[in-house]
Design a protein around this ligand. Sequence first.
Ligand code: NA7
Length: 538
Amino acid sequence: MGEKQFDAVVIGAGFAGLYMLHRLRQRGLSVKVIEAADGVGGVWYWSRYPGAKCDSDSIFYNFTFSEELYKKWRWKDRYASQPEILEYLNFVADELDLRPNIQFKTRVNKAKFNNERKQWEIETDSNETFTAKYFISGVGCLSTTNIPPFEGTETFKGEQYHTGRWPHEKVDFTGKRVVIIGNGSSGVQAMPEIAKEAKELTLLMRTPHYVAEARNKRLSKEEQDQAIANYAEIRDSFSTTPGGISMYTTGKSATEFTAQQQKETLDYVWDTGGLALGSVYTDTGINKETNFVVSQYVRDKIDEIIENPEKAQLLHPDYYITTKRLIIGTNFYEIFNEEHVNLVSLKENPIQGIVEDGVKLSDGTIECDVIIYATGYEAMTGSLLKIDIQGRDGQTIQEKWGEGRDVKTYLGLTMENFPNFFMITGPQSPSVLTNMPAAIEQHVDWIDHCIEYLETNALQTIEAQKVSELKWGRQCDDLANATLFPHTNSWYTGANIDGAQRGFVIYVGGLNNYKQICDQVADNHYEGFSFEKAQANV
Ligand code: NA7
């Protein structure tokens, strides 16, 4: 066993795992990070599809825990592309010298809490067993790809790709007929790039979505300097705003403005770009009247941009805007004015299966050379459920969470029966509704302080009480039920996957409020948790 025994084992070398490693190592603990890929980056290692970008403004999409580290990095674009984010995470790994503690090309298959030794035993696909007092998941909430079980995929003679598992080599679409299934963020970002090369591009669309203009651009030297000078404000926004990012807002409901004022404001937001369509009014997520104003604005924009009224109509979303992740894109609606870009609504014409020369729909086959599955992820719980994690008495997460939506956690960070196990960006935390690095810094800092508390008080384990889980679950549900979120089928509810269990598993009260709750729990000596004391050596 020797060197395979650690104080802490962390799964994943994305934003979460890298920062967790840094913090625990600074605390003097021995740490091993286990990562399936052969490099750092997490989701940004895998999602290499053309056009892949982050939808948070780049200057917020980084760590802020170290002023020195923050000031050494300059983003090139307003929205960072996947290669640039991967470069950033490699820069962080190098600056903090993190690689020696990371074991790459290794996947955690199983983890079991040994109640006698009060240790986690973690097994990998390389047939190694690691033991650790603390076991921490940094697997991410959008990392296990969803490929719908279409019949006949193995019979297709052309190329097939999932956006979240894109090859490292460039895929050449020149002269090819391409079919893309899915128009979430990945499909919307990829299509305009693929349309530049492909002979024909056809979107198979199940649900039309709201796409706001990104207005991406190169950052000037002055803008980069300004971002660096604004370090304190940017760091502050991580903990004082609901989304861990400063965004434009009127600070009011749309109902407080005249129709003309609404139009002027929304024009401004559309022209300046980004996710501000979601933040411009304070009640878009809870007030149907405001929601309609913003939703209708986008539908009108679609009609304005797309020349063919039938296509425009097919692209009209009809759910409450922001109850699915708002998509930001560049020239997405515009490409439907190009002759070689086609749109098929699956509502009237569902997919029957994949055949050797294309995709078979109920009214015929669309022949193609390439199929792209931009069909998203088993969001929130998929990656944790893929691992056989057994807590006390062999209870598994699968048993605890049912099919994955009957989630029970305390603060989205811990669970009853799973001592010393922590989840970064777990379900029932606010993370997916926020600027991820902000949520990750908050989670990691809380876990790190919790471990410090255990170590300084000679405590062997910490474990959520059942009653705390019940109360937290109720708090999450009550908050969600006061919003429009549960009205919409989305990956927030698990409804993106056919036949999957439904359930809304996100804390919607905002990162700022969530942080206060977590801090209060810690200040009250980890209220709602139980502890076991370390046995004194006799
Ligand atoms: P998303 O946002 O989950 O989008 C997946 C898309 O694939 C969406 O349009 C789905 O339609 C569609 N889909 C999924 N399953 C099927 C089947 N069986 N048939 C047809 N179409 C299907 O994933 P992305 O990768 O684009 O983005 C994920 C997140 O990453 C994003 O929100 C950002 O936060 C970054 P649906 O809407 O479910 O009807």
